[in-house]
Design a binder for this molecule. Sequence first.
Ligand code: DGP
Length: 114
Amino acid sequence: MSDCLFCKIVAGEIPADIIKEGDDWLAFRDINPQAPTHVLIIPRQHVATLNDVEEDSADIIGSLTLAAKTIAREEGIADSGYRTVMNCNSDGGQSVYHIHVHLLGGRSMRWPPG
Ligand code: DGP
């Protein structure tokens, strides 16, 4: 998608602090971190929201989750704990319409989320 911010990061048209890449995903640090560790894990393929994930794109959710697990270990937050979040649409707080997993850690998380 030519007007999608995260597609532009995938294409290398916008810089990002990329920390790890897989065949079908990319992980980079959030520009506005909400925790000491705040990484975004995104598919290379454009999917706008979780509502748009279908059978043919469902595998990517597993890939994003496995990437989050691996990155959490590498960031040193696996044992202390962390949170993964996927926001969907306006009530979910989604602001970039290219699905992504937030990986947050390095501090104690509160519940319920705001
Ligand atoms: P969400 O609100 O769930 O759609 O999360 C979008 C996140 O993307 C938000 O935490 C801020 C982050 N973000 C927005 N623009 C950029 C950018 O240009 N670079 C990076 N690294 N992160 C961005």
